[in-house]
Structure formats: C-alpha cells, structure tokens
Write a protein that binds this ligand. Structure first.
Ligand SMILES: Nc1ncnc2c1ncn2[C@@H]1O[C@H](COP(=O)(O)OP(=O)(O)O)[C@@H](O)[C@H]1O
Ligand SMILES: [Mg+2]
Length: 281
C-alpha cells in the first residue's frame, strides 16, 4: 500500500504562542485507509488537519520543523490551490463555507472552478446528492435548512470535487444524534464504495470506531497512541487516564477483564458485545 501522507519529526509553533501546537509528530497514512483522530480540546487535531491540506504553513505564521509530505511531495511545493484538489476538508461549522443562493449552486460552484464539463458536473451532482440524500433540498437556500442538512451539503460540496484524501474535522460536533448518524452513514457508504483515504477527527467514538481501521490519540501536540483500532483499545486504561471514554459496551468488557472474568479483544460495536456476552453466559 502506498502512503498518501508522510509526516516526519514535525513540529509546528504558531508565531504568537510559547508552546508548539504539534511536537515531533511522526505518522504516515496509507492510501484507502480510514483513520480516526481523537484527543482533548487544544491537543492539536485541527492544526494537524491544517498541516495536511497546506493551510499551514500557507495561511498561518509560525515555525515549522520536520516534513509534511502529501503524495510524495512536501506541502510547500504545491502551487496555489493544487493541494486542496487532492485533500478536501470539512469543518465543524458548515455555515462559514456557504456562499451560494441554493444548495445546488453551492454544489456546482466548486466543480465549475475545477473546470469540469457540464456532463461531468451533472453526473457528479447526481452522485453526491444521492449519496448524501440532498435531492429534495437542491432548490433551497443553504441558510434555510437545518444544521444536519447543512453539514451534509458541506460534505457533498467537498465530495463533488473528488479529493483523494478527505479530512473531516469534528463534522458532527454541532449536530444532534440523528444528524450525526446520517453523516456517519455517508462515511460508511464512502468507505464501502470508494477508495478515498478518510481521516476523521471526532469526539463521538461510538460512530467512529466501527469505521476506523486505525486510531490516533493526540495529547498536548504529541501522538500518544497510534494503532490499529482493535489494538488501540487494548490500551483502555491509558485512554481513561487521558480522559478518553470508549463506548459503554467496550468499557463493560474492560471492566470484566480487570476482574479476571474476561480475556480477549474488546468488542468495538454493540453487536460484537452481544455476541461475546452470549458466549460468556
Ligand atoms: N491561529 C492560532 N494561533 C495561535 N495558536 C493557535 C492557533 N490555532 C490554535 N492554536 C493553539 O494551538 C493548540 C492546538 O490547537 P488546535 O489544533 O485547535 O487543537 P484541537 O483541534 O485539538 O482542539 C492550542 O493550544 C491552541 O490554542
Ligand atoms: Mg479542533
């Protein structure tokens, strides 16, 4: 598998701060993988996302050490707008990204900028509206739809550009549980049907864990844990120590294991937990 992102000995300090936001980060991300990034507020997650799509150092002043390579090229070597075609980012506040009068125009806008032909635009529009279930909202002004719908529009707008790497920075932090699930439904479909590399920064572990091939924990700008998802949660004691709370089903099995009542991997979903429990009793 080839690496789409390779970060080596990377330290970033914003110009007006004392401590670096990211310290000695080493990580590489394989093409087609689904990576979850978690960590407390201020741990450097957004800074890491900015670093991977070139906003850092492009739009921010600071001091950089080490290297951030995307598709084999250092981020600074990309021309203006070139990297953003490869790496699409969805933020937690979709509103900030809207400029158009209708959802449809919002979706088409980016594709026009890419210089796609009208048939190409039509085909992609159909694909993303179906994927994100927006067909009934195409004629609406983006400011008239709900928060969850807005976030689906933001996601659809980025997907329409077909970036090879998709980064979502806390995409559901402003959404209710149902809207959150719908965003993760889209991600699940993407994972199943496409070969994008998907990086999701998210607090809501319950939805993230079943999709993530790999999980990274950032604390105070450092990668504290970077493992395949199943292995990651063997470190539950460490996670709890860092105020990361795995889903209840997983913690239940961790508790049993602490009491010597269970040995083995922790279940990552409620369904897995039920199966394990049936075997136990
Ligand atoms: N534009 C900025 N200028 C100065 N410091 C910043 C800026 N953005 C973030 N920081 C600082 O960098 C650290 C990491 O922030 P951030 O990457 O936003 O963390 P997270 O996304 O995990 O909450 C924090 O200490 C934050 O205060
Ligand atoms: Mg953040």
């Amino acid at each position: 598998m080839s690496k789409v992102i390779e970060i080596a000995d990377y330290t970033w300090k914003y110009i007006n701060t004392k401590m670096p936001a990211l310290k000695d980060v080493n990580l590489s991300i394989e093409e087609g993988s689904f990576v979850g990034i978690i960590g407390p507020n201020g741990s450097g997650k957004t800074t890491l996302a900015y670093s991977m799509d070139g906003l850092i150092p492009g739009q921010y002043n600071g001091i950089k050490k080490g290297t951030v390579g995307v598709f084999g090229k250092e981020v600074e070597e990309y021309g203006r707008g070139e990297l953003q075609r490869l790496v699409g980012v969805v933020f937690s506040d979709p509103e900030a990204q809207f400029t158009a009068m209708t959802v449809e125009i919002e979706l088409v806008f980016g594709m026009e900028n890419l210089g796609l032909t009208i048939p190409e635009i039509r085909e992609r529009l159909e694909w993303v509206t179906e994927l994100t279930d927006l067909a009934h909202l195409l004629e609406k002004p983006p400011y008239e739809i709900s928060g969850g719908q807005k976030q689906r529009v933001a996601l659809a707008a980025v997907l329409a550009m077909m970036p090879k790497v998709l980064i979502l920075d806390e995409p559901t932090s402003m959404l209710d549980p149902v809207s959150r699930m719908r965003i993760f439904d889209v991600l699940a479909k993407l994972k199943a049907e496409q070969n994008n590399t998907i990086i999701v920064i998210e607090h809501s572990l319950e939805q993230l864990i079943p999709l993530a091939d790999r999980m990274i924990l950032l604390v105070d700008g450092e990668t504290v844990l970077d493992e395949e998802t199943q292995t990651f949660f063997r470190h539950t004691e460490l996670l709890l120590g860092k105020s990361v709370y795995p889903p209840g089903a997983l913690r239940f099995f961790h508790e049993l294991s602490q009491r010597d009542r269970y040995r083995g991997d922790y279940p990552l979903t409620v369904a897995d937990a039920s199966t394990l429990l049936e075997d136990l009793i």
